[in-house]
Design a protein around this ligand. Structure first.
Ligand SMILES: Cc1cc2nc3c(=O)[nH]c(=O)nc-3n(C[C@H](O)[C@H](O)[C@H](O)COP(=O)(O)O)c2cc1C
Length: 212
C-alpha cells in the first residue's frame, strides 16, 4: 500500500470517528434539553395552580373529567391500598342542592362539575383493617387532580368536607353516600371567570438543612 492510500484511509477513519462523536453529542444534548423542557413545564404548571372559585358557563366534557380522574388515581397511596372513591356531580340540581346545604360553597351552582374525593373504609388490608392513611392518599389524589385541571386550562378549588361533621352529613345526605364512604373534600371545576392569579408562597425561612 502506498503512503497516499494509508493517509486516505487514516483520514477516512478520522472523519467517521468525528461523525459518530457528533451524532452521540447531539443525541446527548437533545436528551438534556428534553429533561430541561419537561422540568420547566411541570414546575410552571405547579407554580400556576391556584384556587378558582368563579366559573364561566362553558361545559366540561366527560372526556375531560376522565382525564382528571386518571390523574387523581395516579397518586401514591400507603401500601398501594388506593382507599378512595370519586363521586362526580355534573347534574345542576344536585350542585345547587349541595350549595344550599354547605356553608362556604356558593360557587357550586356556577361550576360545570364537582368531584367529591372520598375515603373508602371498605378497602381493607390482609388483616381486614382499613387504611390509616386514607386522608393522605385522598389528598395526594386531590393535588394531582388540581394540577391536571390547571394544565387543561380549567379552574378548580379544594374545599374541605371531612373533618367537619356538619359538612360530612350534608354531602352524605345530598349524595346518598353509604357509611363506609367518607367525603374528604369537594372540588368544584369549570372554566375560570376573570383572571385569577397564583400566589407566590415560597419562603426560605421555612427550610432547614441538616437539622433545625
Ligand atoms: C384542606 C383544605 C381545605 C380547604 N377548604 C376550603 C374551603 O372550604 N373553601 C374554599 O374556598 N377554599 C378552601 N381551600 C383552599 C384554600 O383556601 C387555598 O388553597 C389557599 O387559600 C391558598 O390559595 P391557592 O390555592 O390559590 O394557592 C382549602 C384548601 C385545603 C388544602
Amino acid at each position: 500500500m502506498n503512503k497516499y492510500k494509508i493517509v486516505s484511509l487514516l483520514l477516512g477513519f478520522a472523519l467517521l470517528a468525528t461523525l459518530v462523536r457528533l451524532v452521540y453529542v447531539s443525541q446527548e444534548e437533545t436528551a438534556v434539553q428534553a429533561v430541561a423542557s419537561k422540568q420547566a413545564t411541570v414546575f410552571e404548571n405547579i407554580l400556576n395552580r391556584k384556587s378558582v372559585r368563579s366559573y364561566t358557563d362553558r361545559a366540561v366534557s366527560r372526556e375531560q373529567i376522565d382525564t382528571l380522574l386518571r390523574a387523581a388515581m395516579a397518586a401514591p397511596t400507603g401500601r398501594d391500598m388506593r382507599p378512595w372513591k370519586f363521586v362526580v356531580v355534573d347534574d345542576k340540581e344536585t350542585l345547587a342542592a349541595l350549595a344550599e346545604q354547605l356553608p362556604h360553597h356558593k360557587m357550586l351552582p356556577e361550576a360545570a362539575v364537582a368531584i367529591v374525593v372520598c375515603g373508602d373504609l371498605s378497602v381493607v388490608d390482609d388483616k381486614g383493617e382499613a387504611s390509616r392513611n386514607w386522608t393522605f392518599d385522598c389528598s395526594a389524589a386531590t393535588e394531582n387532580l388540581l394540577l391536571m385541571a390547571e394544565a387543561m386550562g380549567l379552574g378548580a378549588v379544594w374545599t374541605g368536607i371531612h373533618p367537619y361533621d356538619e359538612r360530612v352529613t350534608a354531602v352524605r345526605s345530598a349524595l346518598e353516600l353509604p357509611e363506609e364512604i367518607i367525603p374528604l373534600n369537594l372540588i368544584p371545576i369549570g372554566y375560570p371567570k376573570g383572571d385569577p392569579q397564583p400566589k407566590d408562597k415560597y419562603n426560605a425561612a421555612n427550610v432547614h438543612f441538616n437539622g433545625w
